[in-house]
Design a protein around this ligand. Sequence first.
Ligand SMILES: C[S@@+](CC[C@H](N)C(=O)[O-])C[C@H]1O[C@@H](n2cnc3c(N)ncnc32)[C@H](O)[C@@H]1O
Length: 255
Amino acid sequence: MESVVAGAIEQLRVAGCVFAEEEAAVLVEAAGADAGLMQALVARRVGGEPLEQVVGYADFCGVRVKLRPGVFVPRVRSELLVRTAAQKPQIATVIDLCCGSGALGLALRNLRPGIDLYATDSDPAAVACAAENLYSTTVLQGNLFDPLPPNLKADILLANVPYVATKHIPFLPAEARDYEPHTALDGGHDGLEIFRAVIEQAGHWLQPGGMLLSEVTEAQTATAVHLIERQGLHPGVHSDEDLGATVVTATRASS
Ligand SMILES: C[S@@+](CC[C@H](N)C(=O)[O-])C[C@H]1O[C@@H](n2cnc3c(N)ncnc32)[C@H](O)[C@@H]1O
């Protein structure tokens, strides 16, 4: 196995993996003592598939999230969104909209046990993956809020929706461009088209005092804040330079 590992490191390096030794260690953990499996996993990684999809999991914000090919890989920067949500004093009901693997809801529930969680996504592969991660949670398939019970009101609405402008998709790293569905990435002409649809409906789904959180780019922040204000919601902006993350919040007034 030692020579297989040394060979793997070399192949990963040649393929351009900056953290070849660390990645080889993750692949060894996934393959166990099976040298044949190790070679198969290395071949997939060298072919460009994201490491997390190859090994079938991602470690995110204190939880291990199961993944499968074709499902969006949770990004480290999204920890800011989860940690910002977790600061809210009273959280009973949470909606994880556009949930992908369910990583955000799972991580928030780990920080705030006992919450009542609802998750939705339009992609059947994502819904199946989220259902596996979010045991004892209602995971529903459909467009945005459509599949949710109509009278549901949330204290927290996690909305990490696609926000890459269509014209920027060709410039994404190949891992994302080739192995994640474009429906998980493409936010339309300015990247905010799905956010617009969400914010227009957010007031209905939030409890008084409830808060929506969405990740955006720095360049999108001013427009996102304007859209939030236009809906009569109170905007907030949170940034973390180390994570390279910006999160906008939209809070419904407490009546
Ligand atoms: C950027 S990914 C985020 C996934 C997850 N929230 C995370 O942070 O790891 C966006 C997700 O939105 C889903 N999606 C895109 N358009 C949607 C729509 N109109 N309705 C519901 N889900 C949608 C995609 O399938 C994808 O899983």
